[in-house]
Structures are given as structure tokens and as C-alpha cells.
Ligand binder design. Structure first.
Ligand code: P6P
Length: 329
């Protein structure tokens, strides 16, 4: 059944849009507004720091590593601080799962929501001025409000998400999110410090001719992946790989396409993280008519076993993801 999508005029401010739609949110509506407001606020601060990165000493590596052993960029750490602080002050979140912290962060036992976030994905692109992004998922806690966080609050399946989104710090900065009633995109107007609806009820083209994959690792791809790439080339598809997941995903969302990060010799389960990268983009893709799998299974059906679990990731236009799967299985 087509869920109700309240049409909103292009140009409406994010706050007003959230208020106009909050009765669609199946839980206490004001809380979602507060959570999204907290995330939007933090993104405005991160956006400002990204835009002046070349002018102040926040480029380059920290000299430390994150939970996955990846070198942290200075802006990774800054972004993590900004989002953690905004969500902590907001009071709605009880726990935060972040790529930048080994365990989850206990925020507030009275909070009703768990946030999973990649504060700044693709941050190695910062120094070369390539688009980067923030990716987030919002879950409802399972254990009683007011009690300590439990493991079941943290390791929830993607189908349990109540909202998800990304911020793309690109030629313009955009916030794109869903609460399960379609996908809407907002463009940031920095002189006003506000996001405005620019892409109402986004729909991912059911098919496409763009494939995004790092073929530098193709020698270690499974045969089915190699065969699918041959199929793309034999049919004259275009290769586009920015090296920044949110940017590649957003382009495929608008133009149609598939993004693939498969298992490789280096990353036996792929490189991308289920909890704070794949689930959020899978939710958005499906809400826009697309599809996300690990090559075989629907991403959002995967039961997480660890916080920083990696999964192979095939996401984009439904017919392309299905076609890729037909070569793999
Ligand atoms: P590779 C960035 O580190 C990231 O997580 C995604 O944003 C991007 O698509 C991918 O990894 C790039 O990885 O191995 O192709 O450099």
C-alpha cells in the first residue's frame, strides 16, 4: 500500500517540513523533530569546518586510528565530537554507535533512541577537496526508558530503523533523510544557516547505466562480480567512482546506477560497515524504490553480530542490483 506522503512545497524550511510531517512518525512526534534538528545543527558546524579546512590546521591525519584500524583524519575526530555533543545535549538519544569509537557511547538512560553514525565518511578525500558525507541511522531503544542500555538496544537489524539519512558536503551541502514515508532532500543555504526542501519525494530510477566500483581490486573479485562488470561494459554502461560513498550513492539516487563494494582479498567481508553506513543507505534506497543487498541477502534483514561488522554492499537501482545478484548466485 502506498504510504501517505504529504506533498510539501519546494523551498519549505527543514524545521517546518519536519513539523508538517511529524504525525507520520509512529512515535512521540516531537522527539524525531529534536533528533533531526540536533543532527542538522551538528552538520552545519561540520560543514563550516570542512569549508575552511584549507585555511586552518584541521586537514591531514591525526596520527591515530579508528575502530577499524583506519587512519583518522583531524576532521573525522572533529565531526565525531560535534555530532556526539549535539546528540548528547538534545537528550533524545540514549546511546551512540560511531565509526570513530570502539564501543557505543552511553548518552542518557532517559533517551528513547539509539543513533548509529559515520560522522565523516570518505574523509581521506578532504585534503583533495572531494565531496564527503555523514551517514546516520535512528533506532528506537528496546529496553525500558530510564534503565541502562542493553546489547539488544545496540545490535538491531536495519528493518528496525525508524529514520535514516545522510549529509553530502559537496558543491552544495544537502541533507537527505527518510522516516519510512519516502525520501526528501534539503539543500543548505549558508547565508541563512537553514536547510530548504529542494528534492521532494526522491525516487531512484528503477534501472540505470552507471556502475561504481573500485576496479583496482578486480583481481580479487569473485567470478560473479567480474562477470557482472563485463556485462556492464558489454552494454556500454558508464564507470563512475568518486571514492566517497555518499557522493556515489547520491548521484546514483538521482540518475540511476549501482554502487558495489564486494568482498576483496584485503576485505574478506567488504569494507563498508553494516551499522552506520549500509543500513542507513539501504533504508533510503528502498524508500526511494531501490534495493540494497550483500550480493544475496537484503541488507536490512542482516542481524548484526558486532558493532563494526563489515558486509559486501550492492546498492542502487533495483533492476541493476537484482541483475548483479543474478551473476553472483
Ligand atoms: P576504496 C571511504 O573510505 C569509503 O568508506 C567510501 O566512502 C568509499 O566509497 C570507499 O571507502 C572507498 O574505498 O577501497 O575504493 O578506496
Amino acid at each position: 500500500m502506498e504510504e501517505s506522503r504529504i506533498a510539501q512545497p519546494i523551498g519549505i524550511a527543514l524545521d517546518r517540513f519536519i513539523k508538517n510531517n511529524q504525525e507520520q512518525f509512529q512515535y512521540a512526534s516531537g522527539e524525531l523533530s529534536q533528533l533531526l534538528r540536533d543532527i542538522a545543527l551538528a552538520s552545519k558546524v561540520v560543514n563550516r569546518e570542512i569549508n575552511k579546512a584549507g585555511l586552518i590546521d584541521i586537514m591531514g591525519a591525526m596520527g591515530s586510528q579508528n575502530s577499524g584500524g583506519e587512519n583518522q583524519q583531524k576532521l573525522d575526530v572533529l565531526a565525531n565530537i560535534r555530532f556526539t555533543r549535539a546528540l548528547s545535549k538534545g537528550g533524545e538519544a540514549c546511546a551512540l554507535i560511531s565509526e570513530e569509537t570502539e564501543s557505543y557511547v552511553d548518552l542518557n538512560n532517559d533517551g528513547k533512541y539509539v543513533i548509529a553514525i559515520d560522522p565523516l565518511d570518505g574523509s581521506s578525500n578532504i585534503d583533495v577537496n572531494v565531496s564527503i558525507g555523514t551517514i546516520f541511522s535512528i533506532y528506537r531503544r528496546i529496553s525500558p526508558v530510564g534503565t541502562p542500555i542493553q546489547p539488544e538496544d545496540i545490535l538491531q537489524k536495519g528493518t528496525d530503523q525508524v529514520a535514516a539519512g545522510y549529509i553530502l558536503y559537496g558543491s552544495s551541502t544537502m541533507l537527505v533523510y527518510t522516516t519510512g514515508h519516502g525520501v526528501n532532500g534539503f539543500t543548505y543555504e549558508s547565508t541563512l544557516g537553514e536547510y530548504f526542501l529542494s528534492h521532494a519525494d526522491l525516487r531512484m530510477p528503477p534501472d540505470g547505466k552507471i556502475f561504481s566500483i573500485n576496479e583496482g581490486q578486480s583481481l580479487s573479485f569473485a567470478p560473479g562480480v567480474a562477470k557482472y562488470l563485463d556485462y556492464c561494459k558489454q552494454n556500454g554502461f558508464t564507470a563512475r567512482y568518486i571514492g566517497s560513498l555518499v557522493a556515489d550513492f547520491h548521484r546514483n539516487m538521482l540518475k540511476g546506477g549501482i554502487y558495489i563494494y564486494p568482498a576483496t582479498a584485503k576485505d574478506k567481508n567488504g569494507k563498508l560497515r553494516l551499522m552506520y553506513e549500509c543500513n542507513a543507505l539501504a533504508f533510503i534506497a528502498e524508500q526511494a524504490g531501490g534495493l540494497a543487498t550483500d550480493g544475496k541477502n537484503r541488507i536490512m534483514e542482516i542481524k548484526p553480530s558486532t558493532l563494526h561488522q563489515r558486509v559486501p554492499f550492492y546498492v542502487g537501482s533495483r533492476m541493476m542490483v537484482e541483475k548483479a545478484g543474478s551473476f553472483l548466485n
